[in-house]
Design a protein around this ligand. Structure first.
Ligand SMILES: [Zn+2]
Length: 430
């Protein structure tokens, strides 16, 4: 009897396990990308033996979890034959190497020509090296600091260069601060302070978990389905010690380590967003920032439409309701302050429907004011849209009064968010 019940129990376990695995959702693909090869961490690691040890540690963690990674090389940091040996270890382990420029310049502080020259120097150096390694090619470029350009002109210039040189920008969806743990980790290790190392290791894991969960939620909400991810890590010593634990956690969370080509084939990566800003962010943050700008623009266009409709039915109360309580109205005849005073001014100048004519407003340009906010982990991301300035052309026509000439001019409107709505805080009409 006893024997039978054990068998039954075993059978049940097998059935339950089988059922669970059949119902298990597909594992989410994740690309591991590793920046600042051969060894990150600024000038912390000058000893060749230490650089070798770090590289072996990183590669061991990747191998243990069968991860095909992309490593991004700062060619200016490949200084010695030993450094080339380190890069060969990455290739021998089956990883792909991409370009991360020659000197890791900050695009915001660098002109487009100088920046592109540095990226090209990195590409040329790495391409020469890879040609000697089974004729491999440079396919990917990673923007240093994830900074893709602070003006439209710079964004366009670097994208044209990347297309021309057959490099694809390798985006990041999970940006994090793993590099921030390197200095304290190395200091603790050099002092043999194992308690402090343990504390820093725990913090490293916790910080990455928070970022990963957060970006997962942002990407999924944005695209409406579980999205593949690209995690940014750095080739540093704290990583060599912590990656195994991190990768184990990622597997437990339902991730499957995938190759670059598989992840990049997802629609989410098809068209790189035209986000222009002074700081670099992950892909979801860029897309969310652009969506917020578009939403703000749509809301303000609707507001201006409501306003001209009100004007055209002679409803000055509704027309002026979109001005802030303390709005300033500037015109060639002077300054009017406060919504009530603006309304009174309009009533004096346009006493009836006949005097008002038909208003049309044509938007010339819209500029959002969008800064940077900082998360609890001290990580920067684009803020919501705080304000909008709009240059527009206005026109007052009097189709029913042939003796009256059409009036027209320009206006500059400054709007700010007030709760869920937008309101005009300044209006300079001329
Ligand atoms: Zn970097």
């Amino acid at each position: 009897m006893r024997r039978t019940s054990i068998l039954t129990a075993l059978l049940l376990v097998i059935l339950v396990t089988g059922a669970a695995s059949a119902a298990e959702p597909a594992r989410r693909p994740l690309l591991i990308s590793v920046d600042d090869l051969p060894v990150a961490g600024g000038g912390l690691h000058t000893d060749p033996g230490e650089r070798e040890l770090i590289t072996r540690g990183l590669l061991a963690a990747l191998a243990k979890h069968h991860i095909p990674a992309v490593g991004l090389v700062i060619w200016g940091n490949v200084k010695t034959p030993d450094d080339r040996v380190l890069l060969r270890r990455w290739l021998a382990a089956g990883h792909e190497l991409g370009n991360h420029s020659a000197s890791h310049l900050d695009f915001t502080k660098t002109g487009a020509d100088a920046y592109i020259a540095d990226v090209e120097a990195g590409r040329t150096g790495l391409a020469g090296f890879l040609a000697g390694e089974d004729d491999r090619k440079v396919r990917f470029f990673r923007f240093p600091f994830l900074n893709e350009g602070d003006t439209e002109a710079k964004l366009d210039a670097v994208r044209a260069y990347l297309t021309h040189s057959a490099q694809r920008s390798l985006p990041v969806t999970i940006d994090d601060q793993d590099w921030d743990f390197e200095k304290p980790w190395v200091e603790a290790r050099r002092k043999n302070d194992s308690k402090e190392m343990e504390r820093i290791g725990d913090e490293y894991q916790e910080a990455l978990h928070v970022e990963i969960r957060d970006q997962e939620a942002r990407g999924d909400r944005l695209l409406g389905h579980p999205t593949p991810q690209i995690l940014l890590l750095h080739a540093n010593e704290v990583g060599a010690a912590q990656w195994d634990r991190l990768f184990t956690w990622l597997e437990g969370r339902g991730y499957r380590f995938a190759k670059a080509d598989e992840v990049l084939a997802d629609d989410a990566f098809k068209d790189p967003p035209r986000y222009v800003g002074e700081a670099g962010f992950g892909l979801w943050d860029r897309l969310i920032a652009l969506k917020r700008t578009q939403d703000a623009r749509t809301a303000v266009e609707a507001l201006l439409k409501t306003q001209s409709d009100a004007w055209n039915r002679g409803d000055l109360d509704t027309f002026t309701s979109v001005y802030a309580e303390d709005a300033s109205f500037l015109s060639p005849t002077g300054l009017t302050q406060g919504r009530q005073k603006v309304l009174e001014r309009y009533r004096r100048r346009y006493p009836d429907r006949k005097a008002m004519g038909t208003l049309s407003l044509e938007i010339i340009e819209v500029r959002p004011a969008q800064g940077i906010e900082v998360t609890a982990l001290n990580d920067a991301r684009p803020s919501r849209v705080q304000g909008l300035s709009i240059a527009a052309h206005w026109r007052l026509a009097y189709p029913d009064q042939p003796e009256k000439k059409t009036a027209e001019g320009l206006t500059l409107l400054v709007l700010r968010r007030h709760g869920d709505f937008w309101e005009i805080v300044e209006d300079a009409s001329m």
